[in-house]
Structures are given as structure tokens and as C-alpha cells.
Design a protein around this ligand. Structure first.
Ligand SMILES: *Cc1c(COP(=O)(O)O)cnc(C)c1O
Length: 320
């Protein structure tokens, strides 16, 4: 297995240029004063379709040959990867099929259909989505793009941290929201190349700490679907590629509770006027917890805010 490298991130950056947004890096004097560090927020909640996943999907689909383009792309996802593949396919003029759970957030189902993809629903508790998707892919000759465990997806996700570090210069720490590990492994490739001294941390929901368990065990640990408000990080296991990079390039993995996620979400709303989805708050929540424990005081701390797609009724309920 050949792991993607920083050169692949550079190639991905060239492919997505002019198609993905170069998202802003925001600062907050209030956050800096409250926690005693200098924060740099890479705001992927302002990315196309509202999350970094556009980067990986667009990069992967851009590499399709003529036959693959004609048949199109297929993906299974409960959320942002679905929209990312749907939008990328539309922009590149190819068909897309997205396999989604029946109980996916209404906003995400509507957005995926809105981007022109055909949505196939399945029951999360009784059906095997991977088998279903592979069957459909074979039947229609479509290319399956997984949400994280694919070299082109990882390389695309790595472009966010590349942009961040090119803009800020070296950072002392970089916190990244961690589900299946596409964003964390891609970010780690960029950080190792651009800021070798920077500590790189993945952050998971407390209920779903399979990444932390895997790092400690030295092999991929599988868990049951975790119960957490961070629906973008309800993954049960890291991928082969993502774990290969994470175990080599990531310094540690932290976890945060749902209550900490809500506090971070409230801070983003009140102080930075940003709507950030629960999963997008993982990195900031962990950075705050570390600083509250004295780790990282006075340092330059990078935080990847991974996405902002949350049903507004749900958002209001969580903040109430
Ligand atoms: C998918 C997603 C994550 C987790 O990314 P992985 O590459 O699976 O680790 C984090 N935040 C948001 C908003 C996401 O959509």
C-alpha cells in the first residue's frame, strides 16, 4: 500500500484551484484573551457546500478518465461527503449516485438532491451500506469514492492545512476534527512538510474514541456506532491509508464530550458570528480543554473548523 505524500497534496491544490474556495483564516481577540494563546481558525464552514469534504471529492473526481466520467461517481455517506461528491460531479458534468441513511439530517438529504445527485436510501440498522453501494457501482459501472480512505481524498483534504500554514507560517499546535481520518491524515502531511515542529492532534467525540484506541493499540480498532451529536465523526474505524499516516505523523488524539462541543458551538455563534456544526467544533473544544489544563499557553494554535452544515432547528435545540 502506497501512502499519499505531500506532493499529492500539492497536486490536489492545483486541481482544486479556482473550483474550491480559499477559505478565510480568522482570529479572535476574545478567544486569545480568554484561553491565553494565539488562535488561527481555518474556516472550512465557509467552503463550498459548507465543509472541507469538497476538497477531497473534487480532487478525486477530477482524476477520472473519460470512461469513468461517463458512468459517474457513487458514494455512501450520511452527510457532507454526499454533498461534496454530488456538487463535484455536477461541476465536472458527470452523474452521481449517493447512498444515504433514511434518518440522515433533512437538510443534508435536501442539499444532496439539490446538487442533482440521485439519492438511494437505506436502513442504517438492518442494511449493509457498503454491500449495497458496491452492488450498485458494479451494476452501473460507477466509480466508488469512499469518504476518507482513498489517497486522492486524503490529498484533497490536506489542502486546507496547506493553505492555513502558508498563510500563518509555522504554528506550535494544530488541532483537527477526526472521524475516519481523511482530514487529519491529509492535514498531517501538510504540517509535516510545512511546519515540522508543529504538534498535530486529531480530536474525536468521547463516545467514539476508536482513533485513540487504535493509536494506543498500534492497529485499527473497530467500535459500535457511537452516540454523539458530532454526526460527522460517528465513524466506527479509521481507514488503512488514514491510519498509516496518523500513526506515523500525528502526535496524539484527544476526545471531547458533547457538552464541550455545545460550548464551542456557542462561542463560535456568539463571539465569531459563525454557524459551526457539532462535528466542526471538535478541534476548538479540545484546544480550549488543553489550554484550561495549561497546555499550549502563549502558543500559536491552529484550529481547523471543519464544517457548518447543521439543520437550523437542531442547532437552536442544541444551543437552547
Ligand atoms: C467528515 C467530517 C469530519 C471528519 O472527517 P474525516 O476525514 O472522516 O476524519 C469532520 N467534520 C466535518 C464537518 C465532516 O464533514
Amino acid at each position: 500500500m502506497q501512502l499519499p505524500t505531500y506532493d499529492d497534496v500539492i497536486a490536489a491544490a492545483a486541481r482544486i484551484e479556482g473550483h474550491a474556495h480559499r477559505t478565510p483564516v480568522l482570529q479572535s481577540a476574545t478567544a486569545d484573551a480568554r484561553w491565553g494563546a494565539q488562535f488561527f481558525f481555518k474556516c472550512e464552514n465557509f467552503q463550498r457546500m459548507g465543509a472541507f469534504k469538497f476538497r477531497g471529492a473534487f480532487n478525486a473526481l477530477s482524476k477520472f478518465d473519460a470512461a469513468q466520467r461517463k458512468a459517474g461517481a457513487i458514494a455512501f455517506s450520511s452527510g457532507n461527503h454526499a454533498q461534496a461528491v454530488a456538487l463535484s460531479a455536477r461541476m465536472l458534468g458527470m452523474p452521481a449516485v449517493i447512498v444515504m441513511p433514511q434518518d440522515a439530517p433533512a437538510a443534508k438529504l435536501a442539499a444532496t438532491r439539490g446538487y442533482g445527485a440521485e439519492v438511494v436510501l437505506y436502513d442504517r440498522f438492518t442494511e449493509d451500506r457498503e454491500a449495497l453501494t458496491k452492488g450498485l457501482a458494479a451494476e452501473r459501472g460507477m466509480t466508488l469514492i469512499p469518504p476518507y480512505d482513498h489517497p486522492d481524498v486524503i490529498a484533497g483534504q490536506g489542502t486546507a492545512a496547506k493553505e492555513l500554514l502558508e498563510e500563518t507560517g509555522p504554528l506550535d499546535r494544530l488541532y483537527i476534527c477526526l472521524g475516519g481520518g481523511g482530514l487529519t491524515s491529509g492535514s498531517a502531511l501538510s504540517a509535516r512538510a510545512l511546519a515540522p515542529q508543529c504538534k498535530v492532534y486529531g480530536v474525536e467525540p468521547e463516545a467514539g474514541n476508536d482513533g485513540l484506541q487504535s493509536l494506543r493499540a498500534g492497529h485499527i480498532v473497530r467500535i459500535a456506532t457511537p452516540k454523539t451529536i458530532a454526526d460527522g465523526a460517528q465513524t466506527q474505524y479509521l481507514g488503512e491509508y488514514t491510519f498509516g499516516i496518523i500513526r506515523r505523523d500525528v502526535d496524539d488524539i484527544f476526545t471531547v464530550s458533547d457538552a464541550q462541543l455545545v460550548e464551542a458551538m456557542r462561542f463560535f455563534a456568539e463571539r465569531m458570528k459563525m454557524v459551526v456544526e457539532p462535528t466542526g467544533c471538535l478541534a476548538f473544544a479540545a484546544a480550549c480543554a488543553a489550554l484550561e489544563g495549561g497546555a499550549g499557553k502563549g502558543e500559536r494554535v491552529g484550529v481547523i473548523v471543519s464544517g457548518g452544515n447543521v439543520d437550523l432547528a437542531r442547532y437552536a435545540e442544541l444551543l437552547a
